[in-house]
Design a protein around this ligand. Structure first.
Ligand SMILES: NC(=O)C1=CN([C@@H]2O[C@H](COP(=O)(O)OP(=O)(O)OC[C@H]3O[C@@H](n4cnc5c(N)ncnc54)[C@H](O)[C@@H]3O)[C@@H](O)[C@H]2O)C=CC1
Ligand SMILES: O=C(O)C1=NCCCC1
Length: 314
């Protein structure tokens, strides 16, 4: 008879999901995803159910990786009008199945997975696309993704200056306190962005917050928000004058307003650069438009489950 599925809570996920272990697994997953059939990744475009009455969305993100023999689906909700400042705007759960027989093996908190795997993929893109002389990191937004990106980027790179802008100074100060490092709080997004070598946009904005005229030529931008076809973070000038990379061409072209509305041409997937079939044009102004992929959740959940199992063996 099947045993009951394990429940793996956020604090346990946090413990087992280190960037040093996660990043190489995600690199392999991105390569497999961009290798078509050969890569053994099955990942349909996610289903999104708008909950318009409450300005919310429910997303279902299934994937199977033959290389990892791992089968999961994430269920994620995200709400524009948070009803409480205590409640995160994004909440998620990952279900991990035994791929040989379909048995549900674990129910895993998906919030930490979402925050960390997104930041980890941005570090992968940044390693490939930033200038080798990059010194200044700028983060627009002060929520969960802003913080996970700060943590991942300070671990993986050595920037000499880190700047942040948020809509309110109070939010920016709260962020700086949570981050714990030396951070310059900027009063306007333009002040934060001017002269920055690497920029992260991690906002729930539906209108551009980053404008091409502000951006230093040769900068690299990780654009994390604008995951709905009518949401924007970047303006048309920036979209059209930069080299545009994505996680999934199919998903980004369908889901991100920055691409749908600007009609900017996609150069390549990050997985194609990693495979060596597309160049990393790091001397140009580059954008990594991330929409988030289920396969990233699959490899993250498997890492957590395997580590948890090993540590719970009698
Ligand atoms: N690419 C990916 O894989 C993923 C993308 N996301 C997206 O990343 C973005 C950030 O997510 P979280 O940090 O989890 O959300 P959050 O709610 O924790 O933080 C959102 C931040 O955006 C700011 N913000 C909201 N409206 C704004 C506006 N009009 N102008 C400027 N700033 C504004 C808030 O003040 C806050 O600092 C969202 O758009 C989310 O949907 C989230 C998960 C994965
Ligand atoms: O990849 C994800 O997970 C998400 N991406 C866009 C917004 C909701 C969550």
């Amino acid at each position: 008879m099947a045993t009951k599925p394990a429940y793996i809570a956020a604090d346990v996920v946090e413990k087992y999901l280190g960037y040093t272990t996660l990043i190489p697994l995600l690199e392999r997953a991105l390569i497999n995803f961009s290798s078509g059939r050969e890569g053994g990744v099955v990942q349909p475009i996610r289903t999104i159910v708008p909950v318009s009455k409450h300005k919310g969305f429910l997303g279902v993100m299934p994937a199977y990786s033959a290389a990892d023999d791992a089968l999961t689906t994430k269920v994620v909700t995200f709400y524009e009008n948070k009803t409480s400042s205590e409640l995160p705007s994004h909440q998620a759960t990952v279900l991990l199945f035994d791929p040989t027989n379909g048995i549900l093996k674990a129910v895993i908190d998906g919030k930490v997975i979402t925050d960390k795997r997104t930041a980890a993929v941005s570090t992968i893109a940044t390693k490939l696309l930033k200038s080798p002389h990059a010194e200044v990191l700028c983060i627009l937004g002060s929520g969960a993704q802003a913080l996970s990106h700060y943590q991942a980027f300070t671990q993986q790179f050595s920037f000499t200056e880190i700047r942040i802008w948020s809509r309110t100074r109070e939010n920016a100060e709260r962020f700086a306190e949570a981050a714990g490092g030396k951070i310059r709080i900027c009063s306007t997004p333009q002040e934060a962005v001017t002269g920055a070598d690497v920029i992260v946009t991690a906002t729930m904005s539906t209108k551009p917050v980053l404008f091409g005229d502000w951006v230093k030529p040769g900068a690299h931008i990780n654009a994390i928000g604008a995951c709905r076809p009518d949401w924007r973070e970047l303006d048309d000038t920036l979209m059209k004058n930069s080299v545009l990379y994505v996680d999934s061409k199919e998903a980004a072209a369908k889901e991100s307003g920055d691409i749908v509305i600007s009609q900017a041409a996609i150069k390549a997937e990050i997985g194609e650069i990693l495979k060596g079939t597309q160049p990393a044009l790091s001397d140009k102004t580059t954008i990594f438009k991330s929409v988030g992929m289920a396969i990233e959740d699959t490899v993250s959940a498997k890492l957590v489950y395997d580590s948890w199992t090993k540590n719970n063996e009698n």
